[in-house]
Write a protein that binds this ligand. Structure first.
Ligand SMILES: [Fe+2]
Length: 394
């Protein structure tokens, strides 16, 4: 039931937001009692220089480190198990992740593996991590995944060729050091794709069956911030004000979806991304409008409020002077906005542009139907209905 009638809880890590948060890594790790730290990162973030800055902060606090950098886009179970063996071999006692969703999700799963001494595949689904992982500090370098604040870790099973979700309160990092400067090195395509991921988090959380006043607040503010700052961030990649706005949007969206859950767009994006090894943000950017269309009839008043938040963001005011859109026009106007934002860069607009074959659609729909994110979708959809949505997007 969407709304405030049911009992709801809200979990979040300790968060430091603002320019300079990154330099606090050493202090926070020391306060958490860490002595030997496994730093999880990836080659792109290392090349951008952010990992080195974090390492400097750790070394400045007299902490010893081991670096695990073999994380690729869409982290695999093999990568998680390899990182866990580095943690054990190097006798680490804490984990710090620097990067986008891939290194952060990998770090979360590594923590679950080392404390529970289980294979990562055993944690799939909701509440399957028994023992809490070692302390985890996250330094996000994209404005989208919000893995630094969420209860989710998304891992790719290379055997089944599917992404699976680990959803557990134990997956919430201890500290998120959110420094908007780290997003200045993102190129345009990644800026838009990750921004669309944040927008999708907000929309899905707001229409989720598990939404509440606590999550609605963050979801709607995300929509305003994305409308206000994503076009500017994509047009001027070095504009720190827009980068800050998008980093805040990502953070708010993370707090919303972590506690309200997601929906069919993420279920489909996980299935599609796992099958074709596609970037997560691009899958969401393509699928979001189809998700809005499929879910609109279940919660039309919620979609009307999302459109209003869009307009408030565009107007740069908290109260938009433009008259509300008539109900029969809401979906059309909302979809048009989503298309414009996603169209800022060269993200594919049809699933066939991703290389998806029509004959693969039933399999994508079947895996999406099993995804934990579908549990909170406002409309119940079976595998055949998900197939229909995919055909519409093909
Ligand atoms: Fe996402």
């Amino acid at each position: 039931m969407a709304g405030g009638e049911a009992l709801r809880k809200f979990v979040a890590p300790e968060i430091v937001f603002g320019e300079g948060a990154l330099e606090l890594a050493g202090r926070f790790v020391r306060n958490l009692g860490g002595r030997r730290i496994l730093v999880v990162s990836d080659p792109g973030v290392i090349a951008a220089g952010w990992t080195e800055k974090v390492l400097e902060s750790l070394k400045g606090a007299n902490l010893s480190v081991a670096v695990y950098e073999n994380v690729r886009t869409n982290p695999s179970t093999a990568s998680v198990m390899e990182g866990a063996s580095v943690f054990v071999r190097e006798q680490c006692d804490m984990i710090l992740a620097v990067g986008g969703g891939s290194p952060m999700d990998c770090a979360k799963a590594i923590g679950a593996v080392v404390s529970n001494e289980q294979h990562v595949l055993e944690f799939e689904g909701v509440d399957n991590v028994s023992l809490p992982p070692p302390p985890l500090v996250c330094v996000p370098t994209t404005a989208g995944s919000a893995a630094d604040v969420s209860q989710f870790a998304i891992i790719t099973d290379e055997v089944r060729k599917v992404k699976f979700a680990i959803i557990s309160k134990t997956m919430v990092p201890d500290v998120a050091l959110v420094d908007p400067r780290t997003t200045l090195t993102m190129e345009k395509n990644l800026t838009v794709a990750t921004g669309m991921d944040a927008l999708t988090h907000a929309v899905e959380a707001y229409v989720s069956d598990a939404s509440s006043p606590l999550t609605d607040l963050h979801a709607l503010e995300t929509v305003r911030l994305v409308a206000r700052h994503l076009p500017g961030a994509a047009a001027a990649l070095d504009n720190l004000e827009h980068r800050r706005g998008m980093m805040l949007a990502s953070l708010y969206a993370g707090l919303a979806f972590s506690n309200a859950g997601l929906g069919m767009v993420h279920a489909l994006a996980h299935s599609l991304g796992g099958a074709l090894d596609l970037p997560h943000g691009e899958c969401n950017a393509l699928l979001l409008r189809h998700g809005c269309a499929a879910n609109h009839s279940a919660v039309p008043e919620r979609f009307a409020r999302i459109l209003q938040a869009f307009r408030e963001g565009e107007c740069m005011t908290s109260v938009c002077p433009v008259a509300p859109t008539p109900p029969e026009k809401v979906l059309e106007e909302l979809v048009a906005r989503v298309e414009v934002l996603g169209g800022i860069s060269g993200i594919a607009v049809r699933l066939r542009d991703f290389g998806l074959r029509r004959e693969d659609i039933p399999r994508i729909a079947r895996f999406a139907y099993q995804d934990a994110c579908l549990l909170t979708n406002p409309r119940h959809l079976d595998a055949a209905e998900l197939e229909e949505v995919l055909h519409g997007a093909w």
